[in-house]
Design a protein around this ligand. Structure first.
Ligand code: AMP
Ligand code: MG
Length: 394
């Protein structure tokens, strides 16, 4: 199955099973969370016309009778009186514009005579250097839509509206486990044939960043009975994410569990790395079965599990941002599967990291992201391909 088709099916399922719980949080708790409500502007922004510069607020028509005496001084945070006819007002950046003034001249474009009267040295137009009321947004206009992932900028927009608490999608409860008889935990001394479990900390951290509540079920041996026992331990789970035990010829306990539960989907994806990615249900709980190889687990999480989770959280923009980059190497052997190459961007060109094995994480940590090579395609150095930056998906 093509990656796009797998994603389409996953997203259709996800949209049919949205996480509906939400909670009110303060802005400082809202970074990275998904906005659960459409928000409109509460106030005009700016709330009143104010000066963009340090200078003098005046009426354009009065410039015919310069110099103008200074009738008042307005700092940011003060409330000015109306502008006296034939005068100007000393204003500083952010100061409200006195009623009747229709432009601001920068102080460096003014000459002051001995009596402190002001002449403009350049011509002005109506509204110069004034930030009009409601220029940024009008009260009642759409501000942020439900499904927006709140980032520091969005939080600033909310703060500028005087909004201090927002409704966000509750953290989905995601159970995470690593399967495999060979896996040893942190602090262990490796026995024969054992390796340390690295997938779980990668996936747990990725899930944290997506705003999930991770329920860590730890390492589970390749034994469907133990696996089932682990999965029935915790209540309220909304999704299970596992790694390993899904490739054909493997001890294959995740696959066995899903087949037993009656449903396995999306076998053998045309993706490299990540072919054995699996989706199914344990009872009513969806399970995303990621491959065991660390490179494959990473790529399938980013390309399939992440958008699936975001879709269930109601996020509008699901797909990782793809940006065109110039390849700094050629690719002469077309693959049968869509391929994700670990590359580093040097001087704006993608450089291929040496070790592209699905079993290694080290080249992924050295990479800036993934270069997407469609199935059946070759390319030359200098050709442009889509690039997915790790920064963008983390
Ligand atoms: P499997 O999908 O079970 O066939 O595993 C594929 C490869 O990934 C094997 O070499 C496993 O030892 C390795 N592997 C499985 N789980 C993990 C894990 N949690 N951390 C690191 N490597 C793993
Ligand atoms: Mg295994």
């Amino acid at each position: 199955m093509a990656v796009d088709e797998a994603l389409r099916q996953l997203l259709a399922t996800a949209r049919g099973t949205p996480f509906t719980a939400c909670e009110l949080v303060s802005l400082r708790q809202a970074d990275g969370r998904v906005l659960a409500e459409d928000l409109r502007a509460a106030i005009d922004l700016p709330p009143w016309a104010n000066s963009a510069m340090d200078g003098y607020a005046m009426r354009l028509d009065d410039l015919a009778t310069q110099p103008l005496s200074v009738s008042q001084t307005v700092f940011a945070g003060q409330a000015p009186g109306p502008l006296q006819a034939g005068s100007c007002a000393r204003v500083f950046t952010g100061a409200p514009i006195p009623a009747g003034a229709d432009c601001v001249q920068l102080q460096e474009n003014c000459r002051l005579d001995e009596q402190g009267r002001v002449s403009s040295l350049t011509t002005l137009r109506l509204g110069d250097n004034i930030r009009p009321q409601g220029n940024e947004i009008r009260a009642g206009a759409p501000l942020l839509a439900a499904g927006t992932v709140l980032n520091p900028i969005a939080l600033g927009v909310l703060a500028s509206q005087g909004i201090s608490r927002v409704s966000v999608v509750s953290r989905p409860k995601v159970a995470l486990l690593s399967s495999g008889d060979e896996l040893a935990g942190e602090g262990a001394i490796l026995g024969p044939g054992q390796i340390f479990d690295s997938n779980r900390v990668v996936l747990a951290s990725l899930l944290d960043r997506l705003g999930c509540e991770v329920i860590d079920l730890g390492r589970v041996p390749d034994d469907p009975a133990l696996l089932r026992a682990a999965l029935t331990q915790v209540a309220g789970i909304e999704l299970i994410i596992s790694s390993a035990g899904v490739s054909v010829g493997d001890a294959d306990c995740i696959g066995a569990l899903l087949r037993e539960a009656g449903e396995v989907k999306l076998w053998k994806l045309a993706i490299k790395p990540g072919k054995p990615f699996t989706f199914g249900h344990v009872g009513t709980i969806p399970l995303l079965g990621l491959p065991g190889n660390p490179g494959s687990a990473l790529v399938t999480f980013l390309l399939l599990a992440r958008p699936y989770l975001l879709a269930r959280m109601g996020v509008a923009r699901l797909e990782p941002m793809r940006v065109p980059v110039v390849a700094g190497f050629s690719w002469s052997k077309a693959g049968k599967r869509q391929e994700y190459l670990r590359v580093r961007l040097d001087g704006g060109r993608a450089r291929l990291l040496e070790n592209q094995s699905s079993a290694t994480l080290l080249s992924a940590v050295q990479a800036d992201g993934l270069l997407e090579v469609p199935a059946g395609e070759t390319f030359e150095a200098g050709d442009v391909l889509d690039f997915l930056s790790f920064d963008g998906v983390f």
